[in-house]
Design a protein around this ligand. Structure first.
Ligand SMILES: CC(C)(COP(=O)(O)OP(=O)(O)OC[C@H]1O[C@@H](n2cnc3c(N)ncnc32)[C@H](O)[C@@H]1OP(=O)(O)O)[C@@H](O)C(=O)NCCC(=O)NCCS
Length: 153
């Protein structure tokens, strides 16, 4: 899929040079953030990872893995100062289109039960709640349950 521009924001595949900025965004939005090395591994494993870039600054990212006919959105985040400007929706739409092009039949994702903003984004984009995974996420204290969302393509 070619790079795309919407307004001043460019959407393009993630590169090694982006990893520091990506990990900084993750650290600023997640209660238990992925470490830099996890993002590095995603690139090494050839997961599909895209960034949103504005004026040479990384402002968001999204990562999806696709195996056979199933896709899994592994992470998506937008820098706190740039949230609620439609960037997350565009990143999610890109990942969905990539899954469609790869002939995936279903996309899954997990989201913390407390993460209402992300759940709104997913529902608004056409995902439906499939079930619950008890204690799926590490939390500041103990564990947190996840909702599993699905989109049939
Ligand atoms: C979830 C996230 C990626 C959304 O990105 P975003 O760029 O802010 O999203 P958009 O501006 O495209 O908004 C899309 C929809 O998400 C929901 N949403 C996003 N941020 C919201 C907020 N602060 N309050 C309420 N709803 C919100 C809304 O439904 C919104 O649609 P609307 O504006 O028509 O109401 C972003 O909030 C984020 O990075 N959160 C922290 C990381 C995270 O939770 N990632 C998901 C892990 S499963």
């Amino acid at each position: 899929m070619p790079d795309a521009q919407q307004g001043s924001v460019i959407y393009r595949p993630m590169q090694c040079a982006d990893l520091k900025s990506v990990a900084l965004i993750e650290a600023s939005v997640s209660p238990v953030p992925w470490h830099y090395t996890v993002f590095e591994k995603c690139l090494l494993l050839n997961y599909i990872a895209w960034v949103a870039e504005d004026d040479a600054q990384i402002v968001g990212f999204g990562i999806i893995s696709i195996a056979a006919d199933e896709a899994h959105i592994l992470n998506i985040a937008v820098s706190p100062k740039r949230q609620c400007q439609g960037i997350g929706s565009v990143l999610l739409e890109k990942l969905i289109n990539i899954a469609k092009e790869a002939q995936a039949k279903r996309i899954f994702l997990e989201v913390r039960v407390s993460n209402i903003n992300a759940q709104r984004l997913y529902e608004r984009s056409g995902f439906v709640k499939l079930g619950e995974r008890k204690g799926y996420y590490p939390a500041a204290e103990g564990k947190e349950d996840a909702w599993v969302f699905e989109m049939r393509l």
